[in-house]
Design a binder for this molecule. Structure first.
Ligand code: CUA
Length: 319
């Protein structure tokens, strides 16, 4: 499992995240300057006017009702707040884009306890937990528009280097967009407490060149291969409850409760980023998912050793 860079708010690679960083630095600069001025005056006053030995403790002369001073310290903060409001509103509006432009890639995100479903409605592709998107050339931008819905509770979609957080709310469709300018893997996290495995509801966004992305899409579109050597494993899958929760195109399994597994082996992780997707972890996962991810909705199927081995052998052909 390639670890990917740690999420870093200060290293944005996508248009919305860049706009947010720019605003953050501007606001930090303005408020930081106010802090320095106010604290500076305070410290100066404390030192300069402190009570000295031998003084009689008289208060210095008090100033009341100076109109120029009153006007100055009312107007100046008002202007500062107005500036902060205007620059914030400008960024907020620049990040709100109602409908996707025709060149945009559309992705339907559905939050589940505790994994992410990603559908590509225009490409007929369905995957989970690892979102693949093409890199966007600033000369010919190709943004990715996400619609976000939830299966049951409130989640929040957050990949810090790509965009701000967007809540994923039941019975409501939220939208957001990203426009990554470099290739790479960017990590994110569900950012709204959603139950016991909230912390293990991870996100991976793989930003690829346009040809690599098209290759990935073409591969994802295909059905599962029918490999004679592992057909017994497929039968275990189809005849157990696996098939009522998972879809594997090319088989009779059409469940929608859990992730689409048609191309399971094209993903780097299992259980929404909990463990790497290799032979050892796949076996442990299928044997008892709750061992790997306590609270997970997938039950242990209590298969005998031979069935388990043949099932896993079949799963490993789902590239
Ligand atoms: Cu989903 Cu926290």
């Amino acid at each position: 499992m390639a670890p990917g860079p740690l999420p870093n708010l200060f290293d944005p690679v996508s248009t919305p995240a860049l706009a947010i960083r720019e605003l953050t630095f501007l606001l930090l600069g303005i408020t930081g300057a106010i802090f320095v001025v106010v604290e500076g005056v305070l410290v100066y006053a404390v030192v300069r006017f402190r009570r000295r030995r031998g003084e009689d403790g008289h208060e210095p002369p008090q100033v009341y009702g100076s109109n120029p001073i009153e006007v100055a310290w009312t107007l100046a903060p008002l202007l500062i707040v107005l500036v902060l409001f205007l620059v914030t509103a400008r960024t907020v509006f620049s990040l709100e884009r109602g409908s996707p432009p025709p060149e945009a890639l559309r992705v339907a995100v559905i939050g589940h306890q505790w994994w992410w479903e990603f559908g590509y409605p225009d490409q007929g592709v369905m995957t989970a937990n690892e979102l693949h998107v093409p890199v966007s050339d600033p000369a010919r931008p190709r943004p990715v528009f996400l619609t976000l819905e939830s299966e049951e509770v409130i989640h929040s979609f957050w990949v810090p280097q790509l965009a701000g957080k967007t809540d994923v709310i039941p019975n409501r469709t939220n939208t957001m967009w990203i426009e990554p300018r470099v290739t790479g893997t960017f990590l994110g996290q569900c950012a709204e407490f959603c139950g016991t495995q909230h912390a293990n509801m991870l996100l991976r966004v793989v930003v690829e060149t346009e040809p690599d992305f098209e290759t990935w899409i073409a591969a994802q579109r295909g059905a599962a291969p029918d490999v004679a050597a592992v057909r017994a494993g497929r039968e275990v899958f189809e005849s157990n409850a696996c098939a009522s929760c998972h879809t594997v195109r090319g088989t009779s399994a059409r469940g929608t409760g859990g992730p689409d597994l048609t191309h399971l082996m094209s993903r780097e992780t299992l259980g929404a980023g909990v463990v790497p997707n290799d032979a050892e972890h796949l076996l442990a996962w299928v044997r008892d998912p709750g061992d790997v991810k306590p609270g997970v909705r997938m039950p242990a199927m209590r298969l005998d050793g031979a069935s388990l081995a043949s099932l896993v052998a079949w799963l490993e052909t789902l590239h």
